[in-house]
Design a protein around this ligand. Structure first.
Ligand SMILES: Cc1cc2nc3c(=O)[nH]c(=O)nc-3n(C[C@H](O)[C@H](O)[C@H](O)COP(=O)(O)OP(=O)(O)OC[C@H]3O[C@@H](n4cnc5c(N)ncnc54)[C@H](O)[C@@H]3O)c2cc1C
Length: 475
């Protein structure tokens, strides 16, 4: 590192220490490197390492940091747990890494029927706190033990939850507190139980891909927990499984809260990892909900009726949560089991076809790597949140490939994802719309759609200080 660079790093860190107490600012190389790493295993490039890492403890401190960054024209990158899967947490250039981990307070206000939490709260902990009082957090990501509420809200993911069942998390968000890129502080929404009609400022930030402000508090309506009923269904192949899902919709069945699938090869991995005998075929499992046990069971039977019309090998009703958690774990363990056993890195894509061509799209996803120059020979697997008509074809990228080859493989994966989403009319429903998906966004929504977002960003953040690179697709 040149003397000029070292002096710049020291000067930035020392300015940050005037805003945030010393222990929460670091210019140590190791912390700067770790803070820029994400879920991709290729190495960081020198220019991706931030100048400093800062952990503010309040909205006022964040406001001061952004004012300073604007004055000095230094990019600011916001980071939760960096578990986003489309590349938006790894910076493409030097800047200040702003961690929201310390904003982790949560308050449940039952008399108002909402709760408020900081963006640094871990999703699983929020769900546990709510669960203790009989409430349900309407988002359920595989990453819930690491992902933070700020990242989840910026993506507005429903994760495993079937959108047609209870909607997305954003449908429950009454308002947010946010620091704009120029340092102004804004509170959106309402403390009432009804979300605003007409212009609702909350919508610019929920699912805003972290472009327009740093979310510092989130207010979410309380949702009473449900009663549940569970089933697992085995099919000969994914075609009959996906036809069953089509039927469920065409026959107007009540959407389950969760409905997951694995093709037979993928299910074999999960079942073996959990010490179970090999599955009887492609696996679909689902969880129906109701406000009474009877209602949940009636809804389960209605879904089963549609699935049965596609001649499944077996339908198994589960009576308890333990059995359900057992089958869920066969799906959740797949990525880590494959990585541990092969020493490779698991990377999935997100293909969301229209309902009409679901069987065809699923078969294409089973052959996801076919014809790809780099990924063509790699092992690949398929699971999905099939109730949400959402598929995750995934590949294993060898870790001994050099970094550039790994980057190229990831690029190819996102290009194939884009090709299939364009062909079947969908778009990502979980991991945001930009970063590695920017070129897809432009193809999907045209120059006009892209310019629309760019002009909003430019109006709010003329110096492009907050999270640059996401919208441009540099990340
Ligand atoms: C093993 C694994 C399983 C996963 N399973 C799922 C799944 O089932 N469903 C799903 O949808 N996703 C899943 N993900 C993806 C990921 O967990 C989510 O995208 C999550 O929303 C990211 O949370 P985070 O705290 O890691 O945010 P980060 O990755 O740190 O940030 C994500 C984006 O939000 C921005 N951001 C973060 N906090 C703020 C804030 N306070 N204000 C403004 N912008 C902010 C960041 O700048 C970044 O652009 C999974 C990831 C992993 C590694």
């Amino acid at each position: 590192m040149s003397e000029i660079e070292s002096a710049k790093i020291e000067s930035i860190a020392s300015s940050l220490r005037k805003i945030v107490s010393e222990e929460f600012v670091s210019a140590a190389l190791i912390e700067r490197i770790v803070s820029a790493e994400d879920t991709f295993s290729y190495e960081l490039r020198e220019e991706e390492v931030p100048y400093a890492v800062v952990m503010p403890g309040s909205k006022e401190e964040i406001s001061e940091i952004l004012k300073f960054a604007n004055k000095e024209k230094i990019p600011v990158f916001v980071r939760g747990s960096a578990s986003q899967l489309a590349g938006s947490t790894r910076p493409h250039t030097h800047g200040i890494m702003l961690s929201i981990d310390r904003l982790n307070k949560m308050e449940i206000l039952e008399d108002y029927n909402f709760f408020e939490c900081g963006p640094g709260c871990i999703v699983a902990k929020v769900a546990e706190e709510l669960g203790r009082l009989g409430f349900f957090l309407p988002v359920y990501p595989g990453s819930r033990r690491i992902a933070r509420m700020g990242g989840i809200v910026s993506n507005n993911t429903s994760a495993h939850i079937v959108d047609t069942s209870i909607g997305k998390l954003g449908d429950y968000i009454l308002g947010v507190e946010v620091v704009l890129p120029n340092g102004d502080i804004l509170e959106t929404g309402t403390k009432g139980m009804r979300r605003p009609a007409g212009t609702d400022l909350t919508k610019f930030f929920v699912g805003g891909d972290g472009l327009l402000g740093v979310i510092t508090k989130i207010r979410i309506r309380l949702v009473p927990d449900f009663e549940y009923s569970y089933a697992v269904v085995y099919f000969n192949d994914v075609r009959s499984l996906t036809r069953g899902v089509q039927r469920m919709y065409y026959e107007k069945r009540p959407s389950p809260l969760l409905m997951e699938m694995m093709n037979e090869e993928t299910a074999r991995v999960g079942f073996s990892a959990k010490g179970l005998p090999a599955p009887k075929g492609a696996v679909l499992f689902f969880e129906s909900i109701g406000y009474s046990k009877e209602e949940a069971e009636t809804r389960r039977e209605q879904v089963i009726q549609s699935l049965k019309a596609e001649n499944p090998i077996e339908v198994e009703r589960m009576e308890g949560i333990e059995e359900w958690e057992g089958i869920v774990s066969t799906r959740e363990v797949i990525a880590s089991f494959l990585c541990q056993n092969s020493g490779a890195q698991w990377k999935a894509a997100e293909v969301i076809p229209n309902l009409k061509y679901l069987p065809e799209a699923t078969e294409e996803c089973e052959n996801f790597t076919q014809g790809l120059p780099i990924c063509g020979s790699l092992e690949h697997y398929l699971y999905g949140h099939i109730g949400a008509v959402s598929l995750h074809p995934g590949i294993l990228i060898p870790r001994d490939w050099d970094s550039e080859k790994q980057r190229e493989a990831i690029k190819e994966l996102f290009e194939r994802e884009a090709e299939l989403n364009l062909k079947y009319g969908g778009c990502g429903g979980e991991w945001g719309q930009f970063s590695k998906r920017t070129s897809f966004f432009i193809r999907r929504y045209g120059k006009e759609g892209y310019e629309f977002v760019k002009s909003i960003k430019k109006a709010i953040d003329p110096n492009n200080i907050l999270n640059p690179g996401i919208l441009e697709g540099y990340r």
